[in-house]
Design a protein around this ligand. Structure first.
Ligand code: TRP
Ligand code: SF4
Length: 326
């Protein structure tokens, strides 16, 4: 029997290259080896977006469309929306009873998010419990591994702590899970910072060629190369890492003309825009086609939720028995 994995993403904005290379490419490969559950974590999104959830439903559908367009195959993997499987909340509630506040207050991601999203009011009961819901997401499916980026490690540690405490209190029910760290290649946003929705520095999977051109034109280059005649340092230039990742066969040529001051950065940016557009062309077309037929996406998600509910309800039967709920 194949081992099972579960992972999720929050639908808080458009999917971008950071999601593609930071998670999706890896998920697509994992489909061969594992039984996969991929979840659009809309309850988690609401924890930070509750003040303005007007785009939540749109982002949720787009998230699923972007996954499928990038190669997640609904025939092989179970794709579903978190809020369509009520068992997540049941398990979350049971965990909430015994998770010490200190575990959550000390969580580094909590402190970081409060700082980063300081314009939003996140000193809430729900937001503090973010990792408890995530633990429920994972343990509900008895996933043996969870593919995530390094930033999520504290949540996986907490998941194991919660599983351990549950077992101590009510008898052995959950196994420990293993993180499968996604090796994230270097790909920064157009301003040289981490690619992120909150910085508005991303290239989205659905961006038009025109938008990609404009974004590439804004990109920061080697700061030491000021004049056309200055030799450049590709290893210190964000564009070079894009070439490496998106079209590695062109990277040597870029390295060459850059270090010899053979071409200017403006041309280099213009070329990159075509490289990015070409790379995304297939994904963009598939995504647009899917989004023209939203009811098909909804069918896929409903089918996924059915499969998810089956596994989730089996776990909950066992859990409820263990804790004495009838
Ligand atoms: N917290 C994850 C993130 O921000 C999203 C997430 C929610 C998740 N539930 C999960 C990831 C369960 C893995 C497993 O990226
Ligand atoms: Fe960067 Fe290209 Fe300019 Fe070199 S030529 S510094 S790789 S943008």
């Amino acid at each position: 029997m194949k081992k099972r994995i579960l992972s999720g993403m929050r639908p808080t904005g458009p999917l971008h290259l950071g999601h593609l290379f930071g998670a999706l490419t890896n998920w697509v490969m994992l489909q061969k080896e594992y039984e996969c559950f991929f979840m659009v974590a809309d309850w988690h999104a609401l924890m930070s977006e509750y003040e303005d959830p007007s785009k939540l439903s749109e982002h949720t559908i787009e998230c699923a469309a972007g996954w499928i367009a990038s190669g997640i195959d609904p025939e092989k993997s179970t794709i579903f929306i978190q809020s369509h499987v009520k068992e997540h909340l049941e398990l979350y509630m049971i965990f909430s009873d015994f998770v010490p506040l200190g575990w959550l207050e000390r969580c580094p991601t909590y402190k970081e998010q409060l700082r980063e999203l300081s314009t939003r009011h996140l000193h809430t009961y729900g937001f503090l419990g973010y990792p408890v819901l995530q633990a429920a997401d994972i343990l509900l499916y008895r996933a043996s591994a969870v593919p995530v980026g390094k930033d999520q490690l504290p949540h996986l540690e907490l998941t194991n702590d919660i599983a351990g405490k549950f077992n101590t209190l009510y008898g052995k029910t959950f196994s420990q899970i293993k993180p499968v760290l996604t090796k994230v290649p270097k790909l920064l946003g157009v301003d040289g910072r981490k690619m992120s929705k909150s910085y508005g520095n991303f290239i989205a999977l659905g961006d038009s060629e025109k938008a990609i051109k404009e974004k590439c034109a804004q990109m920061f280059t080697d700061p030491k190369r000021i004049k056309l005649s200055d030799k450049g340092h590709p290893d210190e230039c964000n564009l070079y890492s894009y070439y490496n990742l998106l079209r590695s066969e062109s990277a040597a040529g870029v390295y060459d003309y850059c270090t010899k001051a053979g071409r200017g950065c403006t041309e280099c940016k213009r070329d990159l825009a075509s490289v990015v557009s070409d790379y995304l062309a297939g994904i963009r077309a598939k995504r647009e086609k899917l989004l023209k037929n939203k009811s098909k996406i909804r069918d896929i998600l409903e089918h996924g939720a059915k499969r998810a509910r089956k596994v989730a309800s089996e776990t909950m039967t066992e859990v409820k028995k263990a804790v004495g709920l009838t």
